[in-house]
Design a protein around this ligand. Structure first.
Ligand SMILES: Cc1cc2nc3c(=O)[nH]c(=O)nc-3n(C[C@H](O)[C@H](O)[C@H](O)COP(=O)(O)OP(=O)(O)OC[C@H]3O[C@@H](n4cnc5c(N)ncnc54)[C@H](O)[C@@H]3O)c2cc1C
Length: 445
C-alpha cells in the first residue's frame, strides 16, 4: 500500500502532524476553501525549518498559516502541507524599560497588546481580528488598523525577524536594534511577503509608552461629500488625530442600531477621530477635533472609548449579518480622491444590482467597500466578483493601490497593476528566496 504524505511526515515529526486536514485549516475569512495533504504544527522554530527542509527536498508545496483571519485567501492551501504557527507562543524576552519585546510568530496579536499594556506600554498596530490573528500573520501581511493613521502599519514596529527560508534554514535579520542600515533590507522584504518568501518564526518588536488618555470624537453628516470635507478639514487643521475612520450610509444602516447613543436622523456618513496623549493634551485635542468635526455636521460628540471601539470592531460582523456574506476589497487611494473613490465604489455596486456598505481608515485613504450577498446565490456571487474586480481597476485609475492592508493573497494577484519591469523585479525577489516556488504557491505573484 502506498504511504501517504501525512504518514511520511508523521514518521519524521510525530505528533506535530495532525490526523487528516481539519476544515479550519483549509480556509480563511474569505471562506475560499482549499485542500491539503497534511497539516503540521511545529513546536519550535528549528522544527519549522526542519519541516520546510523536508518539503523542499521532496518538492512539496508549503502554506504557512497564522490565525486564519486573512481577507485575501493567502492562507488557503492548494495541496501539499499547511504549516500552522499556533504552537510557537513563547515570549522570548520582554524589556519594558527598553520598550521592546521578542515574541514567537504564533503569539496572538491581542496578547502582545495585553503584555505591553500591563507594563504601561503599547504595541500600536491594531488590526480588527486581533484576538485570533497572530503576530506572524500581521507581519506577513504588514497589517494596518485604525491607529495606523498616526502610528503606521505593523512593519514600522518590527526591528528584527527570525524566519525559516528555503531550502530550510533559520536566518535572522535585524534584532533588538533601533537602527540598522548594514545590508539590503531583508526584514522589510519579509514584512508583507504573505508567506511567499519565508516563514516568520519570531520577531523583535518596538513598543511605545501608552498614552495617558484616549478620547474618540464622532461627527455625523448627511452625505459622503460633507463627511469627506470634514475629514480633509481635520487633516488640513494640523491636528494630529490618532485614528480617522469613516462609515457610509450602508454601514450605518447595518450597525447604526447598536451605536451607543444612537445615530441622528438623516445621517448618511459618520467620521470617527481620536485624540490621545497626556490627560491635558488629549482633552485639548478632543475639544479641537470636536470643533472641526462640528462644522457642517448633523451632530458631533465625544463617546466613551471602550464603547465606541467595541462597536466599531463589531461593524464587520453586523455587515456580514445583513445577507450572510460580503465580497469587497481594501483599496487605498490618495486622500484627495477619497470621496470620489467611495461614491464610485458604490456606483459599481448599483450597476451590478448589489447592495453595498463602505467603511474604512479614512485618514489613510483606505476603503473597505463591500457588496452584500447571499452565499447561496451563484449569480449574485458572480456579479459581486465582477464588481470587486472593477473596484481594483478604480483604485489604479485614481492613482491608488488594490490593497492598503490585506495583501494580494489569492484573490488580488494579477491585479496590482505592475509594469513588466516591476513584475520582473518582484519575480526575481521571489526566485532569490524560493527558487523552487514551493512557498505558498499561487499567492501574491
Ligand atoms: C474582524 C476582522 C477585522 C480585520 N481588521 C483588519 C484591519 O483593521 N487591518 C488589517 O490589516 N487587517 C485586518 N483584518 C485581516 C487580518 O486580520 C490580517 O490580515 C492579519 O494580519 C492576518 O493575520 P493571521 O495571523 O490571521 O494570518 P493568516 O490569515 O493565517 O495568514 C495571512 C497570510 O500570512 C501568511 N502567514 C501567516 N503567518 C505567517 C508566518 N508566521 N510566516 C509567514 N507567513 C505567514 C499566510 O500564508 C497568508 O498568506 C481583519 C480580519 C478580521 C477577521
Amino acid at each position: 500500500m502506498a504511504v501517504s504524505l501525512e504518514q511520511e511526515l508523521r514518521a519524521e515529526f510525530g505528533a506535530a502532524v495532525l490526523d487528516g486536514a481539519p476544515a479550519d485549516f483549509l480556509t480563511d475569512f474569505t471562506r475560499v476553501r482549499g485542500r491539503a495533504d497534511a497539516v503540521v504544527l511545529p513546536g519550535t522554530a528549528e522544527e519549522v525549518a526542519a519541516v520546510l527542509a523536508w518539503c523542499y527536498e521532496r518538492d512539496v508545496p508549503i502554506t504557512p498559516r497564522g490565525g486564519g483571519t486573512g481577507y485575501a485567501g493567502g492562507a488557503v492551501p492548494f495541496g501539499g502541507v499547511v504549516l500552522g504557527l499556533e504552537r510557537l507562543t513563547r515570549v522570548r524576552s520582554f524589556d519594558p524599560l527598553l520598550w521592546r519585546i521578542e515574541v514567537e510568530a504564533g503569539v496572538p496579536t491581542g496578547e502582545v497588546h495585553r503584555l505591553a499594556r500591563e507594563s504601561g506600554l503599547m504595541f500600536p498596530p491594531d488590526p480588527g481580528g486581533a484576538e485570533q490573528s497572530q503576530i506572524g500573520g500581521n507581519i506577513a501581511t504588514n497589517a494596518g488598523g485604525p491607529h495606523a493613521f498616526k502610528y503606521g502599519v505593523t512593519g514600522k514596529w518590527v526591528t528584527g525577524l527570525e524566519a525559516a527560508i528555503p531550502p530550510g534554514e533559520l536566518v535572522r535579520t535585524g534584532g533588538p536594534l533601533r537602527k540598522d542600515v548594514a545590508s539590503y533590507d531583508l526584514k522589510s522584504l519579509l514584512v508583507g511577503s504573505e508567506g511567499t518568501l519565508g516563514i516568520v518564526t519570531a520577531a523583535w518588536l518596538r513598543l511605545l509608552p501608552a498614552p495617558e488618555a484616549v478620547h474618540p470624537v464622532t461627527g455625523f453628516y448627511p452625505d459622503t461629500e460633507a463627511g469627506c470635507d470634514a475629514i480633509l478639514r481635520v487633516i488640513g487643521s494640523g491636528l494630529e488625530a490618532s485614528a480617522l475612520e469613516y462609515l457610509d450610509a450602508g454601514a450605518l444602516a447595518a450597525a447604526g442600531a447598536s451605536y451607543p447613543g444612537g445615530i441622528p436622523d438623516g445621517a448618511g456618513f459618520m467620521v470617527i477621530a481620536e485624540a490621545d496623549g497626556s490627560q491635558d493634551e488629549a482633552a485639548r485635542l478632543r475639544d479641537e477635533l470636536l470643533a472641526v468635526l462640528s462644522e457642517g455636521a448633523l451632530a458631533a460628540e465625544a463617546p466613551r472609548p471602550t464603547e465606541l471601539w467595541r462597536w466599531r470592531h463589531g461593524l464587520v460582523f453586523a455587515i456580514i449579518a445583513q445577507r450572510g456574506g460580503k465580497i469587497g476589497e481594501d483599496i487605498a487611494v490618495p486622500l484627495d480622491r477619497l470621496a470620489e473613490a467611495i461614491e464610485e465604489s458604490l456606483a459599481i455596486g448599483r450597476r451590478h444590482g448589489l447592495a453595498a456598505a463602505s467603511w474604512g481608515h479614512a485618514g489613510d485613504g483606505n476603503l473597505h467597500t463591500n457588496y452584500l450577498i447571499s452565499l447561496d446565490d451563484p449569480d449574485e456571487l458572480a456579479r459581486a466578483e465582477r464588481a470587486a474586480e472593477e473596484l481594483m481597476e478604480l483604485a489604479l485609475q485614481l492613482g491608488g493601490t488594490v490593497s492598503g492592508e490585506h495583501g494580494l493573497g489569492l484573490l488580488k494577484r494579477g491585479h496590482a497593476g505592475w509594469t513588466p519591469r516591476v513584475a520582473a523585479l518582484q519575480r526575481a525577489i521571489k526566485d532569490a528566496f524560493d527558487p523552487k516556488g514551493l512557498l505558498n504557491p499561487g499567492k501574491k505573484l
